[in-house]
Design a protein around this ligand. Structure first.
Ligand code: UTP
Length: 235
């Protein structure tokens, strides 16, 4: 198989609340996919649930106690967002798998026949970061790019600490000491990288690149193996 790139796209990047920025971002993402496909690359996009996930979970989280049921609501939202991007890429003639796979094994097999596969979540207990890291491991990707809405991994949560420092390079063990390792987040809760994804990356010995996906050129640079604006996390 040709080199495979795996990108986790945070659902917040679809930004339904900002029409102008959203259509520009979608246009740039389309251009990047056309460019990568033209260069014979295979791409797996794993899309987060963003606003629909938050809204769906909020509708019932006072009523439903079982976190796995709330996770199923979140998964449905990730699949909605994946369908949005899948159709956006099919619409410009990209060779995108016609179905949104439910497992990373199904995604791997669709990548045998198509240049691009777009998927969302799979099972309860983790976020799409973990799905992307698992997919990167099964397709033997060089690394997994986590495109989110913050510029870097910080020493502490910058929303609550003015003295938080942006990190450009660290190890998975250091990332684990910042965000935790292995423990599921609550349904709909967010962290710069899901602790279950950190554990999965450690098990797979996989490098991660965390960057602000609102700037599509940063995704391009990281996939190209160029220096990129963001945080490189070494296995
Ligand atoms: P996301 O993957 O969107 O969470 O999953 P996130 O990374 O925090 O958010 P964004 O989109 O990048 O901003 C949303 C929710 O869906 C459920 C979880 O409840 C998660 O919090 N989910 C998702 C699963 O249970 N399993 C999955 O494989 C994916």
């Amino acid at each position: 198989m040709s080199p495979v790139h795996i990108v986790a796209l945070g659902g917040s990047l679809l930004r339904p609340e900002e029409a102008g920025a959203r259509s520009m971002w979608m246009g740039q993402l389309r251009q990047l996919m056309v460019h990568l496909e033209g260069n014979g690359r295979k791409i797996g996009l794993v899309v987060g649930g963003g606003l629909p996930a938050r809204e769906g979970i909020e509708l019932v989280n006072e009523i439903i106690a079982d976190p796995h049921r709330l996770d199923q609501v979140g998964i449905a939202a990730t699949r909605l967002n994946a369908t949005v991007l899948q159709q956006l890429l099919l619409d410009i003639g990209c060779d995108v798998a016609p179905s949104v796979p439910h497992t990373v094994e199904e995604a791997r097999s669709l990548l045998d026949d198509h240049s691009i596969v777009v998927m969302g979540g799979t099972v309860p207990g983790h976020t799409t970061d973990t799905v992307a890291v698992k997919l990167a491991a099964v397709v033997h990707a060089r690394h997994c790019v986590i495109a989110t809405n913050v510029s870097h991994v910080f020493t502490k949560d910058p929303r609550h600490h003015d003295d938080a420092e942006a990190l450009t390079e660290l190890t998975l063990a250091e990332l684990a000491s910042i965000v935790g390792v292995g423990e599921s987040l609550e349904p709909g809760a967010s962290a710069v990288v899901d602790p279950v994804a950190v554990e999965t990356a450690i098990e797979a010995g996989l490098d991660l690149a965390v960057l602000d996906g609102r700037d599509v050129s940063r995704i391009d640079d990281a996939l190209d193996g160029k220096p990129f604006e963001g945080t490189l996390i070494k296995a």
